[in-house]
Design a protein around this ligand. Structure first.
Ligand code: NDP
Ligand code: 8X3
Length: 252
């Protein structure tokens, strides 16, 4: 019997990498994507024995490449059971009046349009088979708005709305659509947001225990293990020290 297949975007670090390793340990064969080939090569070495691994290097902003690569998967990789739309980042953290247009483009193009391009390529197989699970990684920033979060929050609110729309449209096909919305997770996220400023990135997670990528992967394991009649549609997961997007108790 063929094993189940999971496709995880943004599997070169953080949440995506943890999800790829967790699903592999659960017995899924893994399609892992990202722009950094060396990271995908490293991930391959960490795969448990017996797991098939298929790395794909592309930028989710490249609509032609996304559709070409995902539309021409080898025949033994086309039946994708679980899609995790995870690739994304914040770029910059500025007030709207001084925000950088390139940062805005990056966030909308990667977090929103990239998710749509990948979904466009994968959904037809799921509707044809009348099965599948799509997990979109949103954010607490898709549920609330915080100072200087403007466009990143906008992109994640879009992910939240698109997730709800997908759930409605794909419901007749028995496809599960799940939104996971984390609070502060210590990954390379802040390093990217602050453009490589390591001390600024580290300071985000100082004074409290943040979430770790594995915490999100554990939720993914739980949701994909639910029986076929159960879907955990919308999940907000926060560090215990975080009460909202802006309220973090750094004394805990
Ligand atoms: P990381 O920076 O550690 O990982 C981001 C991943 O996205 C990398 O694998 C990166 O791969 C990939 N990625 C980014 N841009 C592109 C692109 N243009 N094309 C293809 N892949 C891309 O951050 P996280 O793991 O924290 O972030 C993963 C998701 O979780 C994001 O959607 C983020 O918004 C969300 N999130 C994160 C939170 C946090 O606090 N960390 C909280 C809530 C949500 P590569 O660079 O190799 O292309
Ligand atoms: C990442 C979490 O709070 O930095 O989506 O926006 S936050």
């Amino acid at each position: 019997m063929n094993k189940k297949i999971a496709l995880i975007t943004g599997a070169t670090s953080g949440i995506g990498k943890a999800c790829a390793l967790t699903l592999a340990k659960m017995g899924y064969d893994i399609i892992a994507t990202g722009r950094r080939k060396d990271r995908l090569d490293q991930l391959e070495t960490e795969m448990p024995a017996g797991v098939r691994f298929f790395p794909l290097v592309f930028d989710v902003r490249d609509r032609i490449k996304v559709l070409e690569v995902l539309g021409n998967l080898p025949s033994d990789w086309t039946k994708i059971d679980v899609l995790i739309n995870n690739a994304g980042n914040a770029h910059g953290m500025d007030p709207i009046q001084t925000g950088d247009l390139d940062d805005w483009d990056a966030m909308m193009d990667i977090n929103v349009k990239g998710l749509l391009y990948v979904s466009k390529a994968i959904i037809p197989g799921m509707t044809e088979r009348k099965s599948g699970t799509i997990i979109n990684i949103g954010s607490i920033a898709g549920k609330e708005v915080y100072p200087n979060g403007n466009v990143y929050c906008g992109s994640k609110h879009a992910v939240d709305a698109i997730t709800k729309g997908m759930r409605i449209d794909l419901n007749p096909f028995g496809i599960k659509v799940i939104g996971i919305h984390p609070g502060m997770v210590e990954t390379e996220f802040s390093l990217v947001r602050f453009k490589g400023d390591e001390s600024r990135a580290e300071s985000v997670y100082k004074g409290f225990t943040p979430l770790y990528a594995q915490d999100i992967a554990d939720i993914v394991e739980f949701v994909v293990n639910r029986p076929s009649h159960v879907v955990l549609a919308d999940i907000v997961i926060l560090p215990t020290a975080q009460a909202s997007a802006t309220v973090v108790n750094k004394n805990l």
